[in-house]
Design a protein around this ligand. Sequence first.
Ligand code: NAP
Length: 249
Amino acid sequence: MSKLNGKVAVVTGASKGIGAGIARALAAEGAAIVVNYASSRTGADRVVSDIVASGGKAIAVKADLSKEPEVVALFARTTEAFGRLDILVNNAGIYQFAPIAEVTADLFHSQFNLNVLGLLLATREALKLMGERGGSIINISSGVSTITPPNASVYSATKAAVDAVTRSLAKELGSRKIRVNAINPGMIETEGTHSGGFIEGDMRKWIESTAPLGRIGTTDDISPTAVYLASDDSKYMTGETLMITGGLR
Ligand code: NAP
């Protein structure tokens, strides 16, 4: 039996990368998916058509999650299309590494406004749709929140904030049967890590020589854990931050 039959999930930033992988995996277990994107309409449409071609249900919804009215509109559209919400995957995020000498207010705000504020606003709106049945919120944090590599002070701080938000909300929402957990990936090969130059850079070599499993990850290394956290298989688990880093700490 499919684990998520009859459930509805919003996956933010699902037009590519980790979010697209999670959207496809949740759909394969029977969930109807809202595929959110900011600008990559083609990518979002491809994820939707793959899901529909496999017999699932999905719609693409454009919304810049760093902008409050667009966050509100994303969940209004979810209500209109599916009338309920069971799973929120807060995946949309950006990573801009920079040495401290190059940190600016803009660099700070662009990352915090999406990675932290966007996640909080999306969660606030999602909670209005999660009724007495409860739900599961999955925050895509990062291994950097505790590995704290150099030249990543701002990005690491956004993800340390996500870990704190995860633990705090787990305590706040447990009585409503809403579980809140985080996945903290190591370096994963995605469109974002390609365009950011990480895949060809020194960080990849460092991970391959240091991580116990000796390689960077793929989106398929992450999505089964999202299915687990979304489903009743993890029904007694909340407030956790799961490192999926090939053993790197
Ligand atoms: P990616 O390939 O760059 O994809 C990012 C996704 O987020 C895209 O769907 C993008 O939509 C969306 N997005 C960007 N800005 C947005 C905004 N303002 N509003 C709504 N959506 C927005 O990224 P990724 O590598 O898969 O990373 C996804 C998440 O995993 C991020 O939170 C990241 O911090 C975290 N993470 C990644 C890694 C890694 O190594 N890849 C490791 C640890 C944690 P458009 O394409 O439409 O712009």
